[in-house]
Design a protein around this ligand. Structure first.
Ligand code: HEC
Length: 135
């Protein structure tokens, strides 16, 4: 509610763009997919998840959101809310929006007080992997 009032007030004073830009980013701001070919979960993606996500998303430890990222099968199965990866369409994949910090800030990943956002290169590699079929 307070946020709504703030945005409304800001709009009145012509600051709406600045306020909403700080809040959410449009899909157009996703880092581009990497141009690497033959990107696979095992060689390229698992190391990123191992370092940044497994604290909370490991299959044998009751993963957060019921999403296990420590196996390809777990990633493809998705979370309690459904698929997080759409093979062939990285820009629509919930997992990509989460790590690129696009959309709802509550879903931004990784979480936690010492969480470090993924780099644009890492997000681009994840995008290439999904666009190439999430193998
Ligand atoms: C400190 C714990 C923690 C870490 C680290 C973490 N997550 Fe999460 N993740 C959560 C929690 C808790 C949720 C449940 C929903 C929420 O709070 O948004 C979640 C939800 C998600 C979802 C959304 C599931 C859905 O369908 O809504 C995705 C995708 C996700 N995480 C991916 C990742 C990725 C990728 C990483 C690493 C780059 C990561 N998470 C790191 C705690 C974590």
């Amino acid at each position: 509610m307070i946020k709504f009032i703030a945005i409304t007030l800001a709009a009145t004073f012509g600051l709406a763009v600045a306020v909403s830009a700080a809040d959410t980013k449009p899909v157009a701001t996703l880092p581009p997919p990497s141009t690497n070919t033959n990107v696979t979960y095992a060689t390229d993606i698992k190391p990123i998840f191992d370092a940044n996500c497994l604290k909370c998303h490991t299959g044998d430890k009751k993963p957060k959101a019921n999403l296990a990222l420590d196996s390809l099968a777990g990633v493809l199965k998705g979370s309690k809310d459904g698929k997080v990866v759409i093979p062939g369409d990285s820009a629509k994949s919930v997992l990509v929006l989460a790590v690129a910090h696009v959309g709802n800030p509550d879903g931004f990943m990784p979480k936690g007080k010492d969480a470090k956002p993924l780099t644009a290169d890492q997000v681009g590699l994840i995008r290439a992997w999904i666009d190439q079929g999430a193998k």
